[in-house]
Design a binder for this molecule. Structure first.
Ligand code: ZN
Length: 81
């Protein structure tokens, strides 16, 4: 992902507020996989991406951000692949 100057300029509190705002806009779901996001449970696995990539002239601004969780699903024992 391209570097966001906007995100780099946020302090921890501003970042948290932004995450909560994005999450509310996405009705609590991951932008990529549509799974429910839990801010506490998924701490450290969450990321903010640009909806329109910066390299494609996407804006580095709040309304071009999407919140997603890189949740690692536990292996389910079975071997379906
Ligand atoms: Zn996801």
């Amino acid at each position: 992902m391209a570097q966001s100057r906007y995100l780099a300029g946020l302090d921890a509190e501003q970042r948290t507020k932004l995450e909560q705002k994005l999450l509310a806009r996405q009705t609590g779901r991951c932008f990529i996989c549509d799974d429910p996001i839990d801010l506490m449970l998924h701490k450290g696995q969450l990321d903010i991406d640009h909806i329109d990539p910066l390299i494609e002239d996407g804006l580095d601004a709040e309304n071009n951000f999407a919140f997603d969780a890189r949740v690692v699903q536990p292996e389910q024992g079975g071997s379906e692949s």
